[in-house]
Design a protein around this ligand. Sequence first.
Ligand SMILES: *Cc1c(COP(=O)(O)O)cnc(C)c1O
Length: 364
Amino acid sequence: MPLSARAGLDAVPAYRQGRSAPAGASKLSSNESPHPPLPSVVDAVQERLAGIHRYPDMSAAAVRAQLAARYDVDMAQVTVGAGSVEIAAQLIHAVAGAGDEVVFAWRSFEAYPSLVRIAGAVPVPVPLDADHAHDLDAMLAAITPRTRLVFVCNPNNPTGTVVDAEALERFVAAVPRDVLVVIDEAYVHFDRSASRGAGIDLFRRHPHVAVLHTFSKAYGLAGLRIGYAIAPTEIAEAQRKVAVPFGVTDLAQAAALASLAAEKELAVRIDEVVAQRERLHAVLTAAGWPAVRSQANFVWVPAGERTTELDELLHAGGVVARAFAGEGVRISSGSAEDVDRVEAALAASAPASDAVAALEEVSA
Ligand SMILES: *Cc1c(COP(=O)(O)O)cnc(C)c1O
């Protein structure tokens, strides 16, 4: 018998990284921060470089202590991982095994279905509603005795929509206590709606809620890989058992600590990204594209069968976005220059479509 991979792995879609951008292009495909790291963060990392012959603190105690104090939770309830993708995996492995079900909205974060399959569990995607938002009633209806975990991505990637705080509370209250509700708030810092930060609040008031945060997006540490969860104590304990030992490097821990100490500076940058998100939405709408209002650091354009057209238009204008064939294009908000470039790229289509219209008139 030849070697073969574990049964079931063929059902795991490979994670696709956002397209890389040619030199000089605007890389708006991975929801990264358009800002380079803060000098204080670079200094903190540099200082620790001389110690990389040592293993990191596996418990990331300093970071967890800071986070526990900040959210006023027990340190035992704070877990870290190599990005919140790893934390999502930990949470799944902590509660779900072969044949168990994990419910999430779809389309949502691309990693969910793969992570669920890798755990041997069964993904249960529930279509978004007509407004590209979570359909919480349908998600509730999708819960069966086999369900172990439900993801709520808020704001949702890639649509940027948020769930109303009261609706989320009703949902959490209705989910059976033996099902873990994971509220993925990777983009919470960009949320200017009334539901901002609802996750921690729900964690405090319900025994079956975990909240997922990351340093990758608003804090600009995507390249260093550190994220965290605030989870019920017994789940956090299980997470530590399934985590890859030493997954979070010392450099990542140092950068996270320095970032937590620089939140005022980071807030200015976040406001800037939010301002560009609003501009990006306006630019897309003005050019006739059906952009969805977003509370994240990107804008979703459900272009449907015009998805490739929009993607190519952007590409021709030096903008690399994330296209989901036949569904839409997600464009990260980027810097003012990035949005200028999107605007110029979209404007380039005007003469072309005018020309097409003129041609059609001639031939009609
Ligand atoms: C980007 C993202 C994450 C986090 O990514 P990490 O870099 O692994 O922390 C988590 N959830 C969603 C929905 C995301 O879009």
